[in-house]
Write a protein that binds this ligand. Sequence first.
Ligand SMILES: [Zn+2]
Length: 182
Amino acid sequence: MRKNSNTIITNEKINDTKLTHAKKIITELYNELPTYISRGYGPFLAAIYDSSGQLIAKTANTVVKDTCSHNHAEMNAIHAAEEILHTYDLSAHNLSLYVTAEPCIMCLGGIMLSGIKEIYFGVPSNIVEDITGFDEGFKPNWIEEFKHRNITVYGNIESKSGEKVLRDYVNKKHIIYKPERI
Ligand SMILES: [Zn+2]
């Protein structure tokens, strides 16, 4: 049902103000991502903003650049925000994380443990997997699980634009970093 659909994925009644704002930010991230890719970053970009709209951190995926399998964009952004704000619990800061694709199994854990209050993502994982061959992991009922933890989720935001960036990444033969499963 999610595939090839423009339907917004969410765990609350859609708030048009939040959604319009998220579309603007995620479109900016899609537009900036090719420059990161050309500099050796992976094809995902995340940004964390506070509730007044102040940018706290923006980082792309650095798995290849840093030779580190867990340096996904979301993990890098959370790491940077915690360093900047000097805390391992971001909840008091009412932060929102915006990312160009649905978080993988690892990043969902990282987001859950960080105290981030809202997440907004672009391309859903099943489409990321179809286009790139990355393994996004098993994530049963994660959107409901986040609701139980008072983490708001909006996804599939302007995803056609994000899909195009991922297709370009693959077409230009950039590295698909993942463990061999043989
Ligand atoms: Zn991830």
